[in-house]
Design a protein around this ligand. Structure first.
Ligand code: ZN
Length: 176
């Protein structure tokens, strides 16, 4: 049907902003691992706010979110290569308790920064046996397929300050 002279033509209202580089997006999410366990969720908290395209999220997740807009719901499975990496047994090491300085009580699951010849690395304690502590430089979710249930709550431009800092300010982000 072609417009006739009685027809009114208006621009489409509310065209939604899409997620692309340097947009801020707020997400409701639930993360499950291969065995279907919930590893993390925004349920009961404010949505997660991040800046697209600067490595705030694992690469596979950013890829899937590109082009999505407010109200979109999606379920994506990110393989380890695009998630927290494949497991590397070379990153597992047993050290003496005494290398942990200024810590009252060591517990499995604690996260530390280790300063080595190659720079700073994040490590997790995976086992404690008397004075022997097993540390692991693999992210706890390395080697896992990550399944995210996502809902895009909001998409907006990042401010210059946010881009400067590399993170979102305000709800769901950093509070200064
Ligand atoms: Zn900041």
């Amino acid at each position: 049907m072609l417009p006739d002279d009685r027809m009114v033509i208006r621009p489409i209202k509310g065209e939604k902003m899409q997620i692309e580089k340097h947009k801020v997006a707020l997400l409701e999410y639930t993360l499950t691992n291969d065995s279907g366990e919930i590893m993390d969720t925004s349920e009961g908290n404010e949505p997660l706010a991040y800046i697209q395209g600067i490595g705030n999220l694992v690469p596979g997740l950013e890829e899937e979110l590109e082009g999505k807009s407010q109200g979109d719901e999606l379920k994506v499975t990110v393989p380890p290569e695009k998630g927290y990496g494949v497991r590397d047994d070379g990153l597992i090491q047993v050290v003496d308790k005494s290398v942990f300085q200024g810590v009252d009580e060591l517990q499995v699951g604690m996260q530390f920064q280790a300063q080595g010849d190659d720079g700073v690395q994040v490590i997790w304690i995976t086992e404690i046996n008397n004075d022997e502590v097993t540390i692991d430089g693999n992210h706890p979710l390395a080697g896992e397929n990550l399944t995210f249930d996502l809902k895009v709550v909001e998409v907006r431009d990042a401010t210059e300050e946010e881009l400067d800092h590399g993170h979102v300010h305000g709800p769901g982000g950093h509070h200064h």
